[in-house]
Design a protein around this ligand. Structure first.
Ligand SMILES: CC(C)(COP(=O)(O)OP(=O)(O)OC[C@H]1O[C@@H](n2cnc3c(N)ncnc32)[C@H](O)[C@@H]1OP(=O)(O)O)[C@@H](O)C(=O)NCCC(=O)NCCS
Length: 157
């Protein structure tokens, strides 16, 4: 199966991205931050993918996805786009790369949690074919509730 075509360059993140990943993390989220140590682990993990959207100016966005042995459900743990790069399809391109990677690992579904007040992210997921299937009260460190979303991924050709 060919990789998704996009004008926005997406690649696996590497150690040299750590500073940029942490800066994005701090700028985009008010709680539940991934630490440098956690990012370093995820970059080396066989059960995680970290994707970077980057241009000559640096990191535009990132996505972190987890897999579990014996499960056909991939979990989008985190996605964020730098404020100056929003609204031009970076998250859409990152999600295409995540879905492609999940399909290659024979995952049939991609799941995620999103804060119930995160209207931009909810609009993104619904636009890209995710459907809400539940919620989790006080899911986040600061006590905020989450919606749970899922997308069925077509089988890899
Ligand atoms: C949510 C976020 C990742 C979207 O990134 P982005 O690169 O701006 O999104 P895209 O440009 O790829 O948008 C794709 C689609 O999502 C929807 N969307 C994205 N941002 C939106 C917004 N602010 N309001 C309404 N819809 C929005 C639109 O439908 C858009 O498609 P369209 O432009 O064709 O209408 C970004 O706002 C962000 O990083 N927010 C802070 C971190 C965060 O909340 N992450 C999600 C945690 S669950």
């Amino acid at each position: 199966m060919p990789a998704p075509h996009t004008d926005i360059p997406i690649r696996p993140a590497v150690d040299a991205d750590l500073d940029g990943l942490l800066a994005l993390e701090r700028a985009a989220f008010t709680s539940d931050h991934l630490s440098r140590r956690q990012y370093r682990q995820h970059l080396r993990s066989a059960t995680a993918d970290v994707f970077a959207a980057a241009d000559a100016g640096g990191l535009l966005g990132k996505a972190v996805v987890f897999y579990r042995a014996g499960s056909d459900i991939a979990r989008l743990y985190s996605i964020a786009v730098a404020e100056h790069a929003r609204g031009r399809g970076v998250a859409k391109a990152l999600l295409a790369a995540v879905e492609h990677a999940a399909r290659r690992r024979n995952c049939a579904r991609l799941r995620l949690e999103v804060r119930t007040d995160n209207h931009a992210a909810i609009a993104l997921y619904e636009r890209l074919g995710f459907h809400r299937f539940g919620g989790k009260r006080r899911f986040y460190e600061d006590g905020a509730d989450a919606w749970r979303y899922e997308k069925h991924l077509p089988a890899a050709a």
